[in-house]
Design a protein around this ligand. Structure first.
Ligand SMILES: Cc1ncc(COP(=O)(O)O)c(C=O)c1O
Length: 370
């Protein structure tokens, strides 16, 4: 008789909770850091022609040469560094951990941060260690340097800006971390378009620095395209664990064409940044809410009775992210993606309505969490 999954599936996989993506059908979707703006009609028409000509009967170019050349020029990848493409940056995180998963390998990160660093380490049976961020989500540089000395990590992941806190970490502290690291340091710049600061121009300064980007937050989440830049001596090794044809024909041709109109995405990112400022001030005025300054396209905020606020928003057709319960440092925290002005206004008006009905959340008696 065959055995049940509990006896066949690896124990650490049995212990995991699957990455949950809630159904957002018919809702104002502000949960996943997507760009809320579609592409202009002229560009969509151009893309129809690209799709029309795509050779779907053929495998994609395994080296994605045209797309890589376009990405290099649009993103300003410094000469002398190589790039590697992934089916979203999630796949690149997986490739990096897989390629370095020696029996004694340790991946180091900070927490709270992007959950896939820890999850993918578990998929690959690699130990993951996290250094807690300070109470205001800044980097505890001393603790990080102590952890590096103690565990000698193979790989360090730093999201810059960080998800879910939205802040950029201190540059000087990061430079010390990169210098002290015995292995690779990956700066994950998924939210770069909204931050304006980057380690990409400094990639040549450090032999162990890799910089990761994605097109997801820029407006192409559905295409699934991420990239990592760094020295060839590293990327040529990581490339060996890449599945052939990981970036499909449509992603290659559509991304290449959209990037010819990169200014469209850059304009949208500017609009999102302006809206972020408006949303932040509006959140500051919500009784019982404390937003954290953000350099990304989302805002983390604490609010009295967060899980209930989240549920009430959902009942009224607004989906954001409930982080309460995901990490002790995120108690009473919710994360909202910056949407269109109309979406943000809808979110704020429902939130205002809810908070006036939450016990203890009036501006006088509200519990202000710092
Ligand atoms: C810090 C960070 N890195 C990577 C990703 C994943 O990006 P992609 O869509 O390219 O897989 C996310 C998504 O939320 C993120 O927050």
């Amino acid at each position: 008789m065959s055995k049940p999954p509990q006896e066949i599936i690896r124990e650490e996989i049995l212990a995991l909770k699957a990455y949950h993506v809630p159904d957002a059908g018919g809702m104002v979707k502000l949960d996943a850091m997507e760009n809320p703006y579609g592409l202009p009609e002229t560009l969509r028409n151009e893309l129809s022609r690209v799709i029309d000509q795509a050779e779907l009967n053929r495998y994609p170019d395994p080296g994605a040469r045209r797309l890589k050349a376009r990405l290099r020029s649009v993103l300003g990848v410094p000469p002398g560094s190589d790039i590697l493409l992934g089916n979203g940056s999630d796949e690149l995180i997986q490739m990096l951990i897989m390629a370095t998963a020696r029996p004694d390998a340790i991946v180091l990160g900070v927490e709270p941060s992007f959950v896939m660093f820890r999850m993918i380490a578990a998929f690959c049976r690699v130990r993951f260690e996290a250094v807690p961020l300070c109470h205001d989500y800044t980097l505890d540089a001393e603790a990080m340097l102590r952890a590096i000395a103690a565990v000698q990590p193979t790989l360090i992941f730093i999201a810059y800006p960080n998800n879910p806190s939205g802040n950029l970490f201190d540059e000087q502290a990061l430079a010390h971390i990169i210098e002290a690291a015995p292995g690779l340091v990956v700066i994950d710049e998924a939210y770069h378009a909204f931050a304006g600061k980057s380690w990409l121009p400094r990639i040549g300064d450090y032999p162990n620095l890799l910089v990761m980007r994605t097109l997801s937050k820029l407006g192409l989440a559905g295409l699934r395209l991420g990239l990592i830049a760094g020295r060839t001596e590293w990327l040529s090794e990581v490339d060996k664990v890449r599945l052939p044809y990981n970036v499909n024909v449509l992603t290659q041709s559509i991304a290449e064409r959209v990037l010819q109109h990169h200014d469209v995405l850059a304009q949208q990112a500017l609009a999102i940044k302006a809206e972020r400022a408006a949303l932040f001030s509006a959140l500051q005025r919500i009784p019982g809410a404390v937003p954290y300054p953000s350099e990304a396209n989302f805002i983390l905020f604490r609010i009295v009775d967060a899980p209930r606020v989240f549920e009430r928003l959902k009942e009224r057709g607004i989906l954001i992210k409930n982080l309460h319960g995901s990490h002790p440092a995120l108690a009473d925290c919710l994360r909202v993606t910056v949407g269109t002005p109309e979406e943000n206004e809808r979110f704020l008006s429902v939130l205002r309505d809810i908070t006036t009905n939450v016990p203890g959340a009036d501006s006088g008696g509200g519990r202000r969490l710092e």
